[in-house]
Design a protein around this ligand. Sequence first.
Ligand code: RIB
Ligand code: CA
Length: 302
Amino acid sequence: MRKIIIDTDTATDDAIAIIMALKNRNFDVKAITTIAGNVDLDLATINALYTCELCNKNIPVYKGENAPLNRKLETSKFFHGKDGLGDTGPYYPSFQCKNENAVDKIISLINDNPDEIEIIGIGPLTNIAKVLTKDPTVKNKIKKLYVMGGIGEGKGNITEHAEFNFWVDPDAADMVLNSGIEVHMVAWDTTQIYGYLDKDNFDELENIGTSISKFAIDIQQRGLEYYKVKYKEHKIDLADPLAMAVMIDDSKTEYKRCFINVILDGEERGKDLVKFSKNGNIKLASKIDRSKFLNILKKSLV
Ligand code: RIB
Ligand code: CA
């Protein structure tokens, strides 16, 4: 079994990524750690707890940082809704989060399971940056680190220059990407090519007909409306589920090695500057098998 930590700002796409992990027989999800991003920390935590309850998996959930390292929190409620789940709530999960802080829990899990813990960061990287600052030794004990973030070789989504997770906390992103850890990174560019759902894909999800598939569809409706108005398209890009699918099985994923620095301020705040090099510590996903992603997604919603 793979020992997994999911670090998430739980909103409409994170929730599906969490479901994919909880439904994966090879995953032993040791902890879900929450971070402020799409919504504030309390809502991200409630959404993570509710998602676990929906899957009937009482995974330990730990609260992390309630703001970026060096700036105020700016959420994406304009897209994910006030509750972060497409305004389909409010949700009152019976599951409770743990008292221990997420940063401390991540550190202890890594130290207690050297070279076994795989982490996926699907929100701003504030918690992970704090982990590396508080105990620098853990960077040599993490088995794998996957990150959803950055624009890669494409354009931004929160601004034309930057992707949301890196824009919210560019300091944390720059710190993690330059910590020396090898990072498997799924950026917004590949999300738009391989990670979207269109009307036909939603029709297939409708046919699954379970409470989990209905939840997954319902929480996307607000985002679909946003895409229809802004882009005149019936589609939505699911960044975190694509990153989770890569974590689950990247046998057909192609990567390009690179170094990445993140612009911290100004008009290009959060922009990842990619410098391709065979010595790079970042493995930037450049090709992802879309049919594999869709199959993993559909199997997870049964
Ligand atoms: O830019 C996409 C990322 O920002 C995803 O993680 C989504 O959940 C939002 O956090
Ligand atoms: Ca997210």
